[in-house]
Design a protein around this ligand. Structure first.
Ligand code: MEV
Length: 449
């Protein structure tokens, strides 16, 4: 029975591994060996990774791949992707090539504003608070001048401050809402520091103001925090071509393909069950680039899903129109990204990704990420509305099945070759493997046959 431990974070890495292996593993030696096997051979690089988080024991590998041939706003990109799902990179690459021949992806940065709030409780006269806020705005800005100096020098800073009355939804609840331009940084620390300063200045100022009664002065600041929902930090990416230029797969005409495709998007627009999976496919393309470029994929996920529900019902992030013989397919997503600060200058693979993308600024990265999401969605819908998703997906998954069976390289080659013109299923792959080995079932291998 595992025992609780005090001061775990203060133990050395070796001691942590030892404790953990003893407590939870039947064979502590194997657990220790596995964790150490994943350490980087360069101690300096390992230390860098150790220090990203607390209690680091080892590294967790994810495949890092690329999808070439992305033409975005006339420039050609090879997009880095870190993801474990077999078919994602292949799908992105396939879409990229498809649209390369049809004009590529065209993007628009709709806005790049970030937002944060001081959430506070005030029990008193609303009009008085509103007047006071307008009078105090200048001081709020002044007191953050030191914090914002660098950002202002780069062309960013605080864009606006607003008092919001939320008392109709929650008794006594108010917000100071601030909009920020954080240039090429994601800006979370910058925003949170400014918000905390607003809170201090605001509380001090109200405490000294004779217009407020003793109880009114006692505003309670609940929290000061940026919002990961960034409906004013939006990018749009679009592909379009003449309907006749769409090549319908699986023997269907371009017109039929356009119609089926558009209908699939419409279903995701009105049906949350489908929208969730549809958007999950989009996030396959988005998250993979977000991770490869050292950005915060949880923040992006949270923002995108809130945005998908902005009209009161969870809906598709992408849209399609077929009009006057033109097929248009586009996505609009909130992407609060950074290309400076955070992991971007620390993680060697992130630096590599940024170099590969020709050192994009945050707006350019927004365009690249949104296009990757759209490409992924196009590939999924194209497969779903024609051949079905499993054909391509299982082909990519075949190697995972064979690796689970511990097939040799020669067996893998032979089986992959066998399935070139056949539908892959788990049982078909297992059967073929058994046939090749001359066994009845994979369990025979374990029994030592
Ligand atoms: C699988 O990871 C993603 C898909 O399910 C997306 C979709 O259904 O649109 C293929």
């Amino acid at each position: 029975m595992p025992q609780p431990i005090k001061g775990f974070s203060k133990l050395s890495k070796e001691a942590k591994i030892e404790w953990l292996s003893d407590q939870f593993f039947d064979s502590p030696e194997s657990a220790i060996a596995l964790l150490k096997q994943y350490w980087h051979s360069d101690a300096k690089i390992q230390k860098l990774h150790d220090e990203f988080i607390e209690n680091t024991l080892s590294n967790y590998y994810m495949p890092f791949g690329v999808a070439p041939n992305f033409k975005i706003d006339g420039e050609l990109y090879t997009i880095p992707m870190a993801i474990e799902e077999s078919s994602v990179v292949a799908a992105a690459a396939k879409s990229a090539t498809y649209w390369l021949e049809r004009g590529g992806f065209k993007t628009t940065i709709v806005a790049t504003k970030k937002v944060g709030h001081v959430h506070f409780m005030y029990q008193g006269d609303a009009a008085k608070l509103k007047d006071f806020f307008e009078e105090t705005k200048e001081a709020l800005l002044q007191d953050t001048e030191e914090l914002t100096a660098n950002m202002r020098a780069r062309g960013g800073g605080i864009l606006s401050l607003k008092l919001i009355d939320k008392t109709a939804e929650l008794a006594n609840y108010w917000q100071i809402e601030a909009l920020f331009d954080t240039c090429d940084s994601m800006g979370a620390n910058f925003i949170n520091s400014c918000l905390e300063q607003f809170s201090k200045t605001f509380q001090n100022a109200i405490a000294q103001d004779q217009r407020f009664s003793h109880s009114e002065k006692e505003i309670q600041v609940v929290m000061c925090i940026l919002s990961n929902y960034t409906p004013e930090c939006i990018v749009r990416s679009e592909v379009s071509c003449k309907v006749e230029e769409l090549n319908g797969d699986a023997g269907i005409s371009p017109e039929e393909f356009a119609e089926k495709f558009q209908r699939a998007v419409k279903i995701a627009e009105i049906e949350p069950y489908r929208a969730t999976t549809h958007n999950k496919g989009i996030m396959n393309g988005i998250d993979a680039v977000i991770i490869a470029t050292g950005n915060d994929f949880r923040a992006v996920e949270a923002a995108c899903h809130t945005y998908a529900g902005k009209n009161g019902r969870y809906s598709s992030l992408s849209h399609c129109e077929v009009k006057d013989g033109i097929f248009r397919f586009w996505i609009e997503v909130p992407l609060a990204l950074g290309t400076v600060g955070g992991l971007t200058s620390l993680h060697p693979m992130v630096k590599f990704s940024m170099d590969l993308l020709q050192k994009p600024n945050a707006s350019k990265l927004m365009s690249i990420v949104a296009s990757s999401g759209l490409a992924q969605n196009f590939a999924a819908l194209r497969a779903l509305t024609t051949t079905g998703i499993q054909k391509g997906h299982m082909k990519m998954h075949l190697l995972n099945i064979l690796n689970q069976l511990e097939a040799t390289e020669a067996e893998k080659e032979s089986i992959v070759n066998y399935f070139k013109d056949k539908i892959v299923s788990h049982s078909a792959a297992v059967n073929k493997f058994c046939e090749l080995r001359g066994i009845k079932s994979p369990s025979e291998i374990k029994k030592g046959h």
